[in-house]
Design a protein around this ligand. Sequence first.
Ligand SMILES: [Zn+2]
Length: 1010
Amino acid sequence: MLFLLLLVAGIVGTESYIAYNTTNTIVSDKINVHLVPHSHDDVGWLKTVDQYYVGANNSIRGACVQNVLDSVISALLDDKNRKFIYVEIAFFQRWWRQQSDAMKIKVKELVNSGQLEFINGGMSMHDEATTHYIDLIDQTTLGHQFIKEEFGQMPRVGWQIDPFGHSAVQAYLVGAELGFDSLFFARIDFQDRAKRLNEKSLEVVWRGSRSLSSSAQIFTGIFPRHYDPPDGFTFEINDVSPPIQDDVLLFDYNVQERVNDFVAAAMAQANVTRTNHIMWCMGTDFRYQYANSWFRQMDKFIHYVNEDGRVNALYSTPSIYTDGKHEANEKWPLKTDDFFPYADHPNAYWTGYFTSRPALKGYVRTMSAYYVASRQLEFLKGRSSSGPNTDALANALAIAQHHDAVSGTERQHVAADYALRISIGYQEAEKVVASSLAFLTEPTSSIGQKNPVTNFQQCPLLNISYCPPSEAELLNGRSLVIVIYNPLGWKREEVIRIPVSTEWVTVKDSDGTEIESQLLPLSNAAVGVRDYYVRAYLGKSPSETVKYWLAFSASVPALGFSTYIVTTAKQTDRSSAISTVYTSEGRTNTTIEVGQGSLKLLYSADEGKLTHYINNRNLVAAFAEQSYSYYSGNDGTDKDPQASGAYVFRPNDTFPIKSESQVQQTIVRGSLLDEVHQKLNPWISQITRVYKGKEHAEVEFTIGPIPVDDGIGKEVTTKITTTMKTNKTFYTDSNGRDFIKRIRDNRTDWDLQVNQPVAGNYYPINLGIYVQDDSTELSVLVDRAVGGSSLVDGEIELMLHRRLVHDDIRGVGEILNETVCALDGCIGLTIQGKFYLRIDHLGEGAKWRRTVGQEIYSPLLLAFTEQDGDNWTNSHVLSFSGIDPSYTLPNNVAMITLQELENGRVLLRLAHLYESGEDKDYSVSASVELKKLFATKKISAVTEMSLSGNQERAEMEKKRLVWEVQGYAQEEAEVVRGGAVDPAKLVVELAPMEIRTFFIDFDYLQMFGS
Ligand SMILES: [Zn+2]
């Protein structure tokens, strides 16, 4: 009391204006409370990205990012000690282009002085479970390039505060390989957090990759609770925390009381944190719409807390905090693998979103691959400054990686907005692809003399059997020209399928030789999906009636194309062979064998079930079944009111899907492939394909509309069952890259208390999942992000679709119940997708998972035109490779980026596809000859860059902070990395799992001179 009186006495009699001292920096012998002002601005969630930016649709949520940036900038200009971090470049770009030159100069000064710092710096704060690593690299590159060009800055810190679990790829690839010194986030499993709080192990050194290990480690900080301030320190206009009242002329003066609150909260956090640095996240979702409301309070807290002197409070950023941690010379606990799955409550495992909105997930994946291919073609033609380009698709895909976008946790109108943006981007990229192919098919002599005139059409709805150019009846004497582009760096042989309206067709290759082809009937499910969805998407019915899929085998060179011709045969001539069709209904006790090549699948005729998998080449034979089930979603009416919803998977019970009678099964056989058509119930059907030339089975499923009129949400799964003894162990990929070992009902970092034996064992899958025993391995690859597990030994389970009737109370406030509307109303969404399965001898599965995995990601791209007689084929280039025709990339390397930048430089990324120890042949260093990759150009310079291309790799390595790990320093094996590129030889070496990024300059004079 005496102290308070003195304090009051001290103030009375001074001027009423108080100049707050906010100059404090780190003090070495005190607890430093780093106040980090931030606003978490979702790039779409309850509102669309543009609605959030302009502050529209405020009845849903009062949020306007324009207000955040306007008011933060003016608050920073008011006091040079204040700091702020900005994260989501999609928003910042929208704001930046509306600023005057004078304002831009001021903002650049704020950035140069460190008052405003860009961290993370991708277009969005991407999801980590349902994203592919190529998309993560691309969306981060886009944001980093903007920051570099406008401000000359390179972000130092990863800030993934909100995503629902954290991936290994985030740590080592879109973390350490970007040059980040640290990574921060909030959400980890509540059991894990409790243990880490207890052991002061919330801050760790994370080695996400077994292959790259300490060479790609990152200091990682997990917040003690969430990404908001301690209770009582939130200061948005409507927040309820008591402000500091320091005017003695007013009532309720409370300086000492609030200083005590501050010190108490700081001491509590210091008790669970190593070193004398703690971070307070001063902000949360869409805060700082009136920034002074926060800064006024922080100014006062810093002033009075430092006068008090028990702790040191300062305006800070995560970079300053990281440097403080680093200078403390502490040894940190080691973290390996990842932070999946995430649970915030015993019955709330956030594993439902691994599958939520499967159509959007599939669309994002398809367009991701199209973006890779279209940039290659844009490069092969030469980027046009005026014409169409791939930028709109790049921007749309970048936003779609946000943690409420591809994750499926946004509202319906926001999901539609992401899809619309992608489709607009696609339409422009489609023009790039068409004009590049037109250019490349022109004979060399005519290049530069005239504009190529071929008008190539593409078929984005080919997945639902709709392709107008191939369906159209060919007029007399005309034929269909198909140019097939291969975006991979190795040659491919694959079966192409296009819908046709007549059986009188033949296929010729580019030499004019007729090749084997096969006609397959469309399944009833495919016809149904085609008719309904063409109407839903295009507002009209398909004009043709498609009778068949025409299948033929195409051979396409690396990074190049081949041409195939489909002609109408006269009815007397030989035409494509119609498959034989065989229905198993009514037969008993017989086994049906499917497959014309090495792989045979055996089915029991009476049950209509897969029973055996046999490969006659490598003599793998296994009992194998495949089935469907669904989980009934918990409705949240028991004593724990947690329902299954967009985020959370909380099953009530599981129900096998068995039709009342036997499964309707049709066998389709031909020279190239066999198909098994099965209708499992009125809303699930599938086609299993066995290609003569492939040793895996392809399963195309059609699921929906899932019936929910019984008031029960349903989450549909498929299971592959074998007799393998897999000892609770399975492997799932991290963002399509490293495989991580999972053990059922177990976590590496703590003793798991099992609350949800199904949902708690689900993991995200982007590439695939496999199990193994002492002789065999079973692998399944997917075509989009899904959730999956191995809940029983020998078994793999994938969740393919979900439709629910309750909200799971995690903020979205809308039920995940997707519908699609055509002219006559709306029905539940039907999903069509694929997975692929194969069984190998132990140790032989990786080759298939990696090579075919890359082929699934990057399918062959088809473009169509028509010709009269042979007029087009006679005057055009029918086969082309963008690299030296005698060269191919090694089987363990993919070119994941080939892009001409605006300044004419080329961005090249090469990725080793194997982990160390994964395959006896391919888990070795690989080399790529750049001279052969760019055979027609003269390379003048090759500069190795950071992953996002914003700084030279050598500079990045020099600046990198070195962190020490508790107890592990000595015994780690030396990590292998490719060496520097010799400017004379121009050979790039890649060690297992390495991705290397280069800027390549060409000598254009030389090129045109040759
Ligand atoms: Zn968020």
